[in-house]
Design a protein around this ligand. Structure first.
Ligand SMILES: C[S@@+](CC[C@H](N)C(=O)[O-])C[C@H]1O[C@@H](n2cnc3c(N)ncnc32)[C@H](O)[C@@H]1O
Length: 510
């Protein structure tokens, strides 16, 4: 085996107990299987479990790894199922799935666990375990053609299988990342993939695979198009679904039933949501007061600079936890994107010297957006950043908590780029809007749209969909909001699309 082969081949063998748990669930659900097909069977946990639960079924299994194929054959032989099994070496990507499926008669169960690896990881290690370029195009459309997309190999394989199955009835029971299951369903629902019914059963991937990902059993029946909805169960043994996800227009939503009930709250937000300031140099740009009241940066250096370019700062965890009195400051080198920063040298020489002394850290900023920009350049900055009143929310927390933030020591408070906000000149309007946004209906509506495993559940695009008028009416604040409205100031220097790009460029850690 090549070094790193385990990574390239997304090799996480399913423990037998988990495969047995999945097969018992299939039995309980009344799934029938004249043929069980394991597309990447590994050492055969699923085929062995299925051999017991479906004692008459033909067992078909393929894997690219010859040793695994031999182990599977042997295990099935020992369990007495060898005669009804055909196990062989096959590269999934080269396999003619249409031909194979066409000659299988009776009910089919496609069962297993596909490789857990992304195309970017495989390419990054100069691996070859990928679909060919032509196949990318057929299945992934424009994203693939531009070479931009990063996707899970298992997503590609699932789409390939659903395409090959189209038109005939079968059951799919595949372990995968929850995000992959959703993408497959979205693809099928949007492209006549003929999914008759689907559900997701969460599994504990840490416990079973030692992997910190949100994973599930995707259980779907193909053949005819059904409702674009899937019940989500929190465990394999759960009797009741915790939510029902579904397709609403072009988007998948977390809780389709709540979404439908509150759909009237969707519209065009009359306010322009902004993202906070982006500098990618927190060790230098973010300062805190020590006990002795001196300023200190994240490198542990005491910093003595003029107050002119310093602004109070709140971060997403502050907003989410209601810590609304800023304990940090941020050095703000520009009033607008692209401003000349050289003036700082004269206006605040100690600030300039401080920045210059760390210029290497600024030069090392990875994002391409900083190349050919002014030294110490920022993004997510404009006149709107310096407006006194703001209603702000964390982008990284799923339960939205909208905070009303006013100036501190006559300086406007800024946010980092994990936060979103609307600026207001007028305190009263900001107060009314924060009350409207904190209404139960608004929270419920936003939560119905966002997935628990999403790294940035709240986005500008989502916030821009809030129909404040409808929300105000539901919250009994319509008159108050209308009366406060005319005093608001709207800023539009930076188009939303630019902000969206910035959000996407940021590496997500949470
Ligand atoms: C996540 S493991 C799961 C194995 C097995 N399905 C199970 O549940 O235990 C993924 C399997 O896919 C196999 N594999 C990876 N790339 C493949 C390819 N291109 N064609 C066929 N099998 C492949 C690996 O050898 C590995 O056994």
């Amino acid at each position: 085996m090549k070094p790193n082969a385990k990574i390239e081949f997304g090799d996480f063998q399913t423990p037998l107990a988990l495969a047995q748990g999945v097969c018992s669930l299939l039995l309980q659900q009344g799934v029938e299987a004249d043929t069980v097909l394991e597309p990447t069977c590994g050492v055969g946990a699923f085929l062995n479990a299925a051999a017991k639960v479906f004692p008459k079924a033909r067992l078909l299994g393929w894997d690219i790894n010859r040793d695994y194929v031999e182990q599977t054959k042997l295990a099935l032989k020992h369990s007495g199922a060898g005669k009804r099994a055909s196990i062989g070496v096959q590269d999934f990507f080269a396999h003619d799935w249409e031909t194979e499926l066409a000659v299988i008669h009776g009910s089919i169960l496609v069962l297993g666990n596909l490789p857990w690896v992304t195309n970017a990881t495989v390419s990054g290690m100069n691996g070859s375990n990928l679909p060919t370029k032509e196949n990318f195009q057929g299945l992934r459309g424009i994203e693939a053609r531009t070479g931009k997309s990063n996707f899970d190999i298992s997503e590609w394989m699932l789409i390939r299988l659903v395409k090959a199955l189209r038109g005939r009835s079968a059951t799919i029971a595949i372990l995968c990342k929850t995000g992959t299951a959703r993408k497959l369903l979205r693809f099928a629902w949007q492209n006549d993939g003929r999914i008759a019914a689907a559900s997701l059963y969460r599994i504990d991937a840490k416990k079973h695979f030692g992997a910190s990902v949100d994973a599930c059993l995707l259980l779907a029946t193909t053949g005819e198009a059904g409702l674009a909805e899937a019940k989500v169960f929190d465990r394999l043994s759960a009797k009741r679904a915790s939510t029902t996800l579904g397709l609403a227009g072009q988007d998948l939503v977390f809780d389709i039933r709540t979404y439908r009930r509150l759909k009237h709250l969707e519209g065009l937000c009359p306010y322009q949501w902004r993202s906070g300031v982006k500098h990618d140099c927190a060790s230098v740009m973010e300062l805190r007061r020590t006990n002795g009241r001196a300023l200190e940066n994240k490198l542990g250096e005491q910093v003595s600079i003029e107050p002119d370019y310093l602004f109070p700062l709140l971060k997403c965890s502050d907003l989410a936890n209601g810590r609304l009195e800023p304990e940090r400051f941020v050095v703000v080198t520009q009033r607008r994107v692209g401003d000349d920063t050289s003036g700082i040298a004269k206006a605040a020489p100690r600030t300039w010297r401080y920045l210059q002394s760390h210029s290497k850290l600024f030069d090392a900023r990875k994002s391409s957006i900083y190349s050919s920009r002014m030294p110490f350049a920022l993004f997510g900055i404009g006149d709107y950043s310096f407006v006194p009143w703001k209603v702000a929310v964390s982008g990284l927390h799923r339960t939205p908590r909208f905070a009303l933030i006013g100036p501190v020591d006559e300086k406007p408070v800024l946010f980092d780029d994990t936060c979103y906000f609307v600026p207001f000149q007028d305190e009263h309007e900001a107060r009314v809007v924060s009350e409207i946004l904190n209404s139960e209906e608004c929270k419920e509506f936003l939560t119905s749209l966002t997935f628990t495993d999403s790294k940035r559940p709240i986005t500008v695009e989502l916030l821009q969909r809030l129909n404040i008028r409808a929300l105000a009416e539901d919250a009994g604040l319509a008159d108050e909001w209308a009366a406060s409205r005319n005093r608001g100031v709207h800023y539009s220097e930076q188009p939303v699309s630019m902000q969206a790009e910035l959000v996407m460029e940021r590496p997500l850690k949470h």
